[in-house]
Design a protein around this ligand. Structure first.
Ligand SMILES: CC(=O)N[C@H]1[C@@H](OP(=O)(O)OP(=O)(O)OC[C@H]2O[C@@H](n3ccc(=O)[nH]c3=O)[C@H](O)[C@@H]2O)O[C@H](CO)[C@@H](O)[C@@H]1O[C@H](C)C(=O)N[C@@H](C)C(=O)N[C@H](CCC(=O)O)C(=O)O
Ligand SMILES: Nc1ncnc2c1ncn2[C@@H]1O[C@H](COP(=O)(O)OP(=O)(O)OP(=O)(O)O)[C@@H](O)[C@H]1O
Ligand SMILES: N[C@H](CCC[C@H](N)C(=O)O)C(=O)O
Ligand SMILES: [Mg+2]
Length: 488
């Protein structure tokens, strides 16, 4: 694409040089680390640094045009806009040719369950032999090709680039996690969602959003993005959650409701939960099918219903969806059982919010024959308000609560622990800062019939201390601990 064509995407702009030599744009990026000769570099004012300071570096690496919002002196043409952040979304869509227009786009938002629901949806269309795409916490996936990712919802350029790759690889259906932070930062601006799913709303991310009402507003943006013209789109809403009921008013899309407690279009009854899986009768309007899945817990019935709604709206039949649900083995780090012959059940789970933790502990208590152990910590540089609540939930819902480190990041682990301990009496829990030791301690103490949940890090194969990532994997650690187990 020629630079002159690309900048047509920007309606209001000022060029630093009225005449410039047009060139073929090789890439558009806001990150100097991705600049190649022929690039257009967008200077973004970030939370840590101001991208305008990287302009000389970008030019040295071959950037041939700059998009800026502040006066800069350069040797290459500059396009001035009021807000480079907004411009980035327009340029991303234009450069990659609006890929979301040519695929069925499913966006999933909510505090918990996004990763699980997006995987369940992907599985249905994968089983139907269609090309599928997935963007989320674990990775970006184009058919079977997996790319690593840093954010649950990447920046807008990475999103559009990934979507373009999906379109070119014959992907028909994309299921995508949309985080609240991404929604306020415009990381999904320009994406044309056909189906949007709301899972639930409870506390998280207050370090970023400050108040629950701002957090809620952020989540609502996905449904606002669906628009208010009659477009054949569908919003799939959990109406057992009051916020799900409220968000229905934010869009004129078609609505599919799901739930267990309220009268919904899609609902489950006769629910049976065991350590091996969950069974229920699925009702989709007048159709009823028995579902047997490997996923465990009532919260996973909700996740299944959300996926049923999205897949149904995207054209799959109830029979096809049920067939796929019965095959799904589970998602990495989400209520994942670590095999062992010790008689102790060890489960790795990504619960990192009060509600998530409460749900998994309730599930664990449903089937644990004897005592339960909950190993949990809280991440640094994240919502501090959830820390005392999570400690209390651990204490109230397990026989032995063991408080440990998660990703301390740049915070002092003692400060994080003090925040957690403020929610309980200090003699109610055992504190073992070192996560490896905490896991070994629980595994040694547990008797056959006991169950241990290692919460908070799920699939993560690292621990972030300061700004450094060290290899650390709860599942691997649990396997090792079980091997080295010496019971007392
Ligand atoms: C606070 C926050 O959200 N930060 C996000 C934000 O970074 P930023 O605006 O702070 O960027 P910055 O580091 O100040 O840099 C400013 C500009 O200079 C550029 N730069 C920077 C350095 C350099 O050498 N060269 C260069 O060009 C950067 O590319 C950027 O354009 O934009 C980046 C690109 O989109 C994100 O990766 C980054 O997420 C950070 C890593 C993060 O931890 N975010 C968390 C809070 C988050 O977004 N989480 C949600 C929810 C998770 C969940 O619950 O699932 C998520 O979606 O992941
Ligand atoms: N529907 C649900 N309701 C409440 N808790 C849930 C639900 N689904 C999953 N959880 C809990 O939350 C954890 C994370 O689940 P999942 O990864 O699917 O959520 P997510 O929304 O993608 O999280 P993130 O915000 O980190 O991307 C699970 O390990 C489980 O403990
Ligand atoms: N992706 C989420 C959850 C991280 C989970 C936990 N392990 C932590 O580090 O807080 C976040 O960035 O807030
Ligand atoms: Mg996720």
């Amino acid at each position: 694409m020629l630079a002159s064509d690309l900048i047509q995407a920007l309606k209001y702009k000022r060029l630093s040089q009225s005449e410039f030599t047009d060139f073929k744009v090789t890439t558009v990026t806001q990150d100097t680390r991705q600049v190649v000769p022929g690039a257009v570099f967008i200077a973004i004012v970030g939370a840590n640094v101001d991208g305008h300071q990287f302009i000389p570096q970008a030019i040295a690496k071959g950037a041939q045009m700059i998009i800026a919002q502040e006066p800069v002196e350069t040797t290459v043409p500059v396009v001035y806009v009021k807000d480079t952040h907004r411009a980035m979304a327009f340029l991303a869509d234009k450069f990659y040719g609006s890929p979301s227009q040519s695929m069925k786009m499913i966006g999933v938002t909510g505090t918990n369950g996004k990763t699980t629901v997006t995987h369940l949806i992907e599985e249905v269309f994968h089983d139907l032999g269609e090309g599928t795409g997935l963007i989320g916490t674990l990775y970006r996936k184009v058919n079977d090709q997996v790319y690593p990712t840093t954010n649950t919802t990447p920046d807008v350029l990475t999103n559009q680039k990934t979507l373009a790759e999906m379109r070119d690889a014959n992907v028909k259906t994309v299921s995508m996690e949309v985080s609240s932070i991404a929604l306020v930062q415009g990381r999904v601006w320009g994406i044309n969602y056909d189906i949007c799913v709301f899972t639930n709303f409870t506390e998280d991310h207050l370090a970023y959003h400050k108040t629950m009402s701002q957090y809620k507003l952020a989540k609502s943006l996905l449904f606002a993005q669906m628009g208010n013209t009659f477009s054949g789109k569908t919003a799939v809403m959990n109406i057992d959650d009051p916020v799900g009921r409220e968000f229905i008013d934010y869009t004129t899309s078609n609505i599919l409701t799901y739930g267990i407690k309220h009268q919904a279009d899609i609902y489950a009854d006769h629910i049976k939960i065991t350590i091996h899986g969950t069974e229920f009768d699925l009702h989709v309007f007048d159709e009823v099918k028995h579902v047997k899945t490997h996923l465990i817990g009532e919260f996973n019935v909700y996740n299944s219903l959300a996926a049923v709604g999205a897949a149904y709206a995207a054209g799959a039949s109830v029979a096809e969806i049920v067939d796929s649900l019965s095959r799904v083995k589970g998602v990495k780090g989400r209520f994942q059982l670590v095999p062992s012959n010790t008689g102790v059940s060890v489960i790795v789970d990504y619960a990192h919010t009060p509600d998530g933790l409460l749900n998994v502990l309730e599930t664990l208590n449903d089937f644990a024959e004897q005592d339960t152990y909950c190993i949990v910590g809280c991440g640094g540089d994240r919502d501090a308000q959830k820390r005392p609540q999570m400690a209390k939930i651990a204490v109230d819902n397990s026989t032995h609560a063991i408080l440990t480190e998660d990703n301390p990041r740049t915070e002092d682990p003692h400060k994080i622990m003090d925040d957690m301990l403020a929610g309980i009496d200090s003699d109610q829990a055992t504190v073992i800062f070192n996560r490896r030791e905490a896991i070994q301690y629980a595994v040694n103490r547990a008797k056959p019939g006991d169950a241990i949940i290692i919460a908070g890090k799920g699939h993560e194969d690292y621990q972030i201390i300061g700004k450094t990532k060290h290899h650390f994997d709860d599942y691997e650690e649990a396997e090792k601990a079980l091997k080295n187990r010496h019971s007392h």
